[in-house]
Design a protein around this ligand. Sequence first.
Ligand code: NDP
Length: 323
Amino acid sequence: MKAVVVKKHGGPEVLGYEDVPEPEPKAGEALVRVAAAGVNYIDTYHRSGLYPTEPPFTLGLEGAGEVVAVGEGVEEVKPGDYVAWASVPGSYAEYVVAPVEELVPVNVTLVEARVAAAAMLQGMTAHYLTHSTFPLEEGQTALVHAAAGGVGLLLVQMAKMRGARVIGTAGTEEKAHLAKEAGADEVIVYTREDFVERTKELTGGEGVHVVYDGVGKATFDGDLDVLRLRGYLVLFGQSSGPVPPVDLQVLNRKGGLFVTRPSLAHYTATREELLWRAESVLSWIGQNNLQVRIGATYPLAEAAQAHRDLEGRRTTGKLILVP
Ligand code: NDP
């Protein structure tokens, strides 16, 4: 079978489209034919080595597809079932072997497999950020960076579902327009306008209750300036680079602020929690209450181009790879 393999860490050019042996499911595992694999920023961290991984390995964590075989003793799924997942290494491939506890059932008459693949990781991330890390309440104001991105567009919609006022940021007018369509009340084009000044203006000088920041290095300092007294900075990523070490005293100076750095794994720690988030996301999509924008679809062989586009800030919404 074909798979996208990282033989050494580096830029998108290290992604090889290779023939590898088809994996076999062991006890507690299922073999899935991948209908689509999701591209996530974390894949670029694994590729570059920012997050430690030992090459060679097949990239990717997310996808959806049809179960074709199961290992000994597996009763949770059977061949013919459609499933989706957000945390199965080796997903940039034609087939993947997954522990069954990572798989979530998908009713493909309600949610197409490609859409499920697009929604799992970023959808559950937006879910935990808005419902658990800082559970937004009606009337609160949130600042969402990269609001037209994969996580961003879903985060905007879920923050609106919870009754918050949402200020987004985006790199271009076109992206700002998409974020508005997703429900953002205001969008700041932060490549042209200072987001700190504008956010303060938009909040009458008071600042926001929470900043959801997946951009990291470029926005972190500004985030501390746009939070209101005792506000929350939820730093969940670093598309512009990792945030350098911080003197915690700054949190005192700027108003008793809170900072957290969560990952999806912390919020899908049990099977029950994983199913709660995944089923919420998939059912909202099935009921048309949540829109998933697939900004681009690439053949699996073109994973390197998908990475170039994602890191080049040229994408909106979700990117998927189709074997
Ligand atoms: P996005 O679709 O948001 O793509 C990244 C976006 O970041 C770009 O389009 C761009 O939007 C913005 N950006 C700002 N500065 C830069 C820069 N210097 N280089 C590249 N992009 C930049 O990606 P994802 O939705 O996949 O991920 C968003 C973030 O969320 C990532 O940091 C990712 O690691 C994180 N994440 C964290 C999870 C967690 O559980 N902690 C789970 C999932 C994602 P613009 O032009 O509008 O600024």
